[in-house]
Design a protein around this ligand. Structure first.
Ligand SMILES: Nc1ncnc2c1ncn2[C@@H]1O[C@H](COP(=O)(O)OP(=O)(O)OP(=O)(O)O)[C@@H](O)[C@H]1O
Ligand SMILES: [Mg+2]
Length: 281
């Protein structure tokens, strides 16, 4: 619901007769900037061996938006995510991340592109023998080239951003599931990614903790403008965070719905899609 309130005021103000021309121009530019694709998926096909999982889908993700990938179990959401971050190569078709063809670029360009993205895997994947501070230090020590003291400051800042500023010296085993997710988020944010990929960020969390993660996602998106690509099943999360969704379908192996979930809930021509958005629980 909060997401729905973020864009319309800009759009409505553009072209308003009461605004002076320079402001109109700036606002027009803002609106146009919001519509620049940062991820482009074109005629994308994914297969494991001979088994086709996704058959010829195309969509864009725009700079700064919160984009959600939905669909039933086994329809290929994680498969799509793995291709978007370049862990798998498309069987055919293209995936462009910030203009670079992630499936066929050379190693140098691939690593350059990887620097622009952060990933929160479903498990959180923190290293159990390391403190939260050390976990967040890892990507910074590897890629930032900053001196140790600057890294230590950044680590405290990143953990502070997710409300874990007092837990720098704690081990993952000493904190709750929701805190682990937040620590994973801090690590994914370490290198100031342009795009953050989140696989089921609220899976296994209680509704209150899950809502806290949603708030954090929105806060980061708003404060830093990070583009978010999220796989989730949680209906409450979808309506809270998503500006646009795509829904994948196992039987057609394609996209059966695309757009604003609030609109799809009432207006999708596909009964299954309406049912998905209107289910209780
Ligand atoms: N590495 C793999 N090798 C072969 N088949 C795989 C592999 N990974 C996934 N699959 C198959 O691809 C299909 C899609 O799997 P995927 O994990 O992408 O689905 P999903 O939509 O993420 O499901 P869930 O909601 O249960 O996480 C499934 O039939 C799965 O068995
Ligand atoms: Mg999955």
């Amino acid at each position: 619901m909060q997401a729905a309130q973020r864009n319309p005021p800009f759009v409505q103000m553009v072209g308003s007769a009461s605004l002076h021309p320079p402001y109109v121009l700036i606002l027009k530019r803002t609106v146009m900037a919001e519509k620049q694709p940062i991820i482009q998926v074109k005629n994308f096909v994914a297969q494991y061996g001979d088994a086709r999982i996704i058959d010829n889908i195309s969509f864009d993700v725009y700079k700064g938006e919160v984009f959600v990938i939905l669909g039933g179990s086994g329809c290929g959401k994680s498969t799509l995510l793995r291709h978007l971050i370049g862990l798998n190569k498309p069987f055919s078709g293209k995936v462009f991340i910030d203009g670079n063809d992630i499936g066929s670029c050379d190693d140098e360009m691939f690593h350059h592109t990887l620097r622009k993205i952060g990933v929160l895997f479903q498990s959180g994947a923190l290293i159990g023998s390391m403190t939260l501070g050390e976990n967040v230090t890892l990507p910074l020590a590897e890629y930032s080239g900053l001196p140790k003291s600057a890294i230590a400051n950044l680590v405290r800042m990143k953990l502070g951003m997710v409300g874990l500023g007092d837990y720098v010296h704690h081990l993952p085993a000493e904190i709750s599931g929701g805190m682990k997710k937040r620590a994973g988020l801090a690590r994914a944010l370490a290198l100031n990614p342009k795009i953050l990929f989140l696989d089921e960020p609220s899976a296994g969390l209680d509704p209150v903790t899950s809502a806290e993660i949603d708030e954090l996602i929105l806060k980061i998106n708003k404060a830093v403008g990070t583009t978010m690509v999220i796989v989730t099943h949680e209906l409450a999360s979808i309506f809270t965070v998503a500006q646009r969704v795509i829904m994948l379908d196992k039987s057609t192996k394609g996209i059966i719905a695309e757009g604003d979930p609030r609109h799809l809930k009432e207006n999708s021509e596909n009964a299954f899609v309406r049912q998905f958005f209107n289910r209780r629980g």
